[in-house]
Design a protein around this ligand. Structure first.
Ligand code: UD2
Ligand code: MN
Length: 565
C-alpha cells in the first residue's frame, strides 16, 4: 500500500509504507492484545505477568509496560532505540534547508521510523509499582499548527504503541488551521487506518488554548490528557498519570518531560527531582529540589513531586474537574501564559499539580516557534500574562508589571480584553488568595511587597561608576535606583545623571523589556526625546542613550537578583 506522505516544495512525494505493517494496539485487534501481555525476555520491558488479562474490577496490578516497539521492525534504522542519528556529510545542506519547517532537524525526523523504540528511562522501581485495575479512561488531545509530518505521526504512534488500549478512549487531533498541504487529505487518509484517531479541523487559527478547548469539548474519556504534537511517550507512561487522578480527581498529573534533541533526535534522559516554578515577571523555569528537602521528606526517585507551576504542554486532568475549574481562560491568544493560568487556578481553587517520575514523555524543545503569530509574538504573550496577573495575582501584580511589562500599566494602550467572567469564576469557586499560594505552594519564591525594590547588578563591561556604586535597584515604579537617587536622562540625552528620585518625573522611568529571547532585556526610556535604549560604550568607559538596536550586545542588561530588602 502507498500513502501520499508529503507535499514539500510544491512536489508531491508518494512514499510506500514498509512491507511489514505498523503495529497498532487496539481492542479490536486480538493479536495485538495477546502480544502486549506476552512476557518478554528483555527485563527492561518486562512487567506484565505472563498470562495476565485486563482485570477491570477492584484490585491492583503491576503497571503494564506495554510496548509494541520492543521488537522494532528495523533495528538498523536511523535513530532506532532513541539513539542519536547521524547526518551524512552530503546531506548537511538539506538539513539546513529544512530546519525552519520545524525549527529542529526535520531531515533526520523523516529518516527515523514513526514507531521507533526508545530506552525505558523510568526510575528502577517504576516497573514494580502497583496501580488500580479500574483506572479511568483518557482522551489524548494533540493540537497542532503546521506540525512536521513525521513528528506528528511519531507522537500519535507512541501513544498507540505504549498505552493500554482499554484506557485509551481516543486520540483527538485538533488542526489549528494549518497551512501545509500535507496536513489536509493526506492526514485524513493516514489516520483512517487508526480507528481511535479523530481529527478536528478549526476553521480559523485559534491558538493552542482555544484549540485545546475545541478538543476537550468533544472528548469522551474520563480524563483529558493534553500533549504537544512533537513528543514520544515512553513505556508505561499512562497508568501512573491516571492512577493519581483516580486517587483524587483534583490531582493534575504531569509526566517528566524528557528531551528529544532538536539536532540529532536522540532521546535524552533528564535529571530527577525537577519541578516547575516561575520567576518574575511570570517566566516559567525548572528547579531541582534541594538535597535537604529530599532527605527531610524521605523522597524516593519515583515519588510524585508537588509542582507550583506546570510547563503547560503535557498533563492529565479529570475531564469534569477541568470544566468545574472553568477550563482555560478562552481569552488567551495563540501561545503562552495558559500554563500559569491553569496552575494558579488549580492550586488556589483546591487542586494539586504533581510531576509523576514513573511517567516520562520526550519532547522536542525548539529554539523558536516554527509557526507564525497572527500578531506580534511578544505582545501576545505579554497580553496573556497580563490577563493572568489581573485575575490571579492580587496585590502581587505589581511585581509582574514592575518587572518589565511597563507599557501594560497604561491600560488604554494595550487592550487585554474583558475579564469579568474570569474574576467572577474565581469568586464563584471561592479560590484562595495569591498570598496563600505563595505561602503554601511556593514559599521559596521571593515576592517582596512593600519594598518592591530588588537588588540589581547591572552586569556589563567595567563602567564609569565605581565598583561599590554599581548596585542599583529596579523598582516597581520603573526607577533604576540607588538609595535616594535615580538614573535619569539629562536634558534630551544622550548623557545620564543621578537625580533625587521622584515618581512624578517621566525621565526617571525605565522600561526593562524582554525582547524575543527572554534572556535579553533592554533598558528603554520612552520620553526623551523618543524611545531610546541604555547603551554601554564599547570600551566600558561610558553609558549613554542610543537608538534601540535589538541585536546590540551593548544594550543588554540583566537583573540578577530579586531581594526582599
Ligand atoms: C510550552 C508547552 C506548550 C505550551 C506553551 C505555552 C511543553 C512541553 N510545551 O511551549 O504546550 O503550554 O509552553 O503556551 O510544556 N499550537 C497550536 N496553535 C498555535 C500555537 C501552537 O495548535 O497557535 C500547538 C503546537 O503545534 C504544539 C502545541 O500547540 O503542538 C504547543 O506549542 P509549542 O510546541 O510551540 O510550545 P512549547 O513547547 O514551546
Ligand atoms: Mn512543544
Amino acid at each position: 500500500p502507498t500513502v501520499k506522505m508529503d507535499v514539500l516544495n510544491g512536489k508531491e512525494r508518494v512514499v510506500p509504507i514498509k512491507d511489514k505493517p505498523l503495529n497498532v494496539l487496539d481492542e479490536g485487534n486480538p493479536d495485538a492484545i495477546k502480544k502486549i501481555f506476552r512476557p518478554t525476555e528483555n527485563p527492561k520491558f518486562q512487567s506484565a505477568p505472563a498470562d495476565s488479562t485486563v482485570v477491570r474490577n477492584t484490585g491492583i496490578h503491576k503497571v503494564l509496560a506495554l510496548d509494541l516497539t520492543r521488537d522494532p521492525r528495523d533495528i538498523n534504522a536511523v535513530g532506532q532505540f532513541g539513539q542519536a542519528a547521524v547526518v551524512p556529510s552530503d546531506k548537511e545542506q538539506e538539513v539546513r534547508n529544512r530546519w525552519n519547517e520545524g525549527h529542529f532537524n526535520v531531515y533526520l525526523s523523516d529518516q527515523i521510523p514513526v514507531d521507533r523504540a526508545i530506552p525505558d528511562t523510568r526510575p528502577q522501581t517504576c516497573s514494580e509499582s502497583m496501580v488500580h485495575d479500574s483506572l479511568p479512561t483518557t482522551s489524548v488531545i494533540f493540537c497542532f499548527v503546521d506540525e512536521v509530518w513525521s513528528t506528528l505521526l511519531r507522537s500519535v504512534h507512541s501513544v498507540l504503541n505504549r498505552s493500554p488500549p482499554h484506557l485509551l478512549k481516543e486520540i483527538i487531533l485538533v488542526d489549528d488551521f494549518s497551512t501545509k498541504e500535507y496536513l489536509k487529505d493526506n492526514l485524513d487518509v493516514y489516520m483512517s487506518q487508526l480507528p481511535k484517531v479523530r481529527i478536528v479541523r478549526l476553521k480559523e487559527r485559534q491558538g493552542l488554548i482555544r484549540a485545546r478547548l475545541a478538543g476537550a469539548a468533544i472528548a469522551k474519556g474520563d480524563v483529558l490528557t493534553f500533549l504537544d504534537s512533537h513528543i514520544e511517550c515512553n513505556v508505561g507512561w499512562l497508568e501512573p498519570l491516571l492512577e493519581r487522578v483516580y486517587m483524587d480527581r483534583r490531582k493534575v498529573a504531569c509526566p517528566v518531560i524528557e528531551v528529544i534533541s532538536d539536532k540529532d533526535m536522540s532521546y535524552v534522559l533528564v535529571d530527577n527531582y525537577q519541578r516547575g516554578i516561575f520567576k518574575w515577571p511570570l517566566v516559567f523555569g525548572w528547579s531541582t529540589l534541594s538535597e535537604d528537602f529530599i532527605k527531610k521528606n524521605h523522597m524516593k526517585d519515583s515519588d510524585p513531586i508537588r509542582c507550583p507551576v506546570m510547563a503547560g504542554g503535557l498533563f492529565s486532568i479529570d475531564r469534569k474537574y477541568f470544566y468545574e475549574l472553568g477550563s482555560y481562560d478562552p481569552g488567551l491568544d495563540v501561545w503562552g501564559g495558559e500554563n500559569m493560568e491553569i496552575s494558579f487556578k488549580i492550586w488556589m481553587c483546591g487542586g494539586e499539580i504533581e510531576i509523576i517520575p514513573c511517567s516520562r514523555v520526550g519532547h522536542i524543545f525548539r529554539g523558536e516557534n516554527p509557526y507564525k503569530f497572527p500578531k506580534d509574538r511578544q505582545k501576545t504573550v505579554e497580553r496573556n500574562l497580563a490577563r493572568v496577573a489581573e485575575v490571579w495575582l492580587d496585590e502581587y501584580k505589581d511585581l509582574f508589571y514592575g518587572h518589565g511589562y511597563h507599557h501594560l500599566l497604561d491600560r488604554t494602550a494595550t487592550d487585554i480584553g474583558n475579564l469579568t467572567d474570569q474574576i467572577e469564576l474565581r469568586k464563584r469557586l471561592k479560590c484562595k488568595s495569591f498570598k496563600w499560594y505563595l505561602d503554601n505552594v511556593y514559599p521559596e519564591m521571593v515576592a517582596p511587597l512593600t519594598k518592591a525594590e530588588g537588588l540589581v547588578s547591572i552586569l556589563t563591561l567595567p563602567c564609569v561608576l565605581k565598583p561599590q556604586s554599581q548596585h542599583f535597584n529596579y523598582t516597581w515604579l520603573k526607577h533604576v535606583r540607588q538609595k535616594d537617587v535615580c538614573v535619569a536622562v539629562q536634558g534630551k540625552g544622550p548623557h545620564l545623571v543621578l537625580e533625587p528620585c521622584d515618581r512624578s518625573k517621566p525621565q526617571l522611568r525605565w522600561l526593562h523589556k524582554a525582547s524575543n529571547s527572554a534572556l535579553v532585556e533592554h533598558l528603554i526610556v520612552e520620553q526623551a526625546p523618543r524611545r531610546q535604549c541604555l547603551e554601554a560604550g564599547a570600551l566600558g568607559d561610558s553609558i549613554q542613550l542610543k537608538d534601540c538596536d535589538p541585536t546590540s550586545a551593548y544594550q543588554k542588561w540583566q537583573f540578577t537578583h530579586y531581594h526582599a530588602e
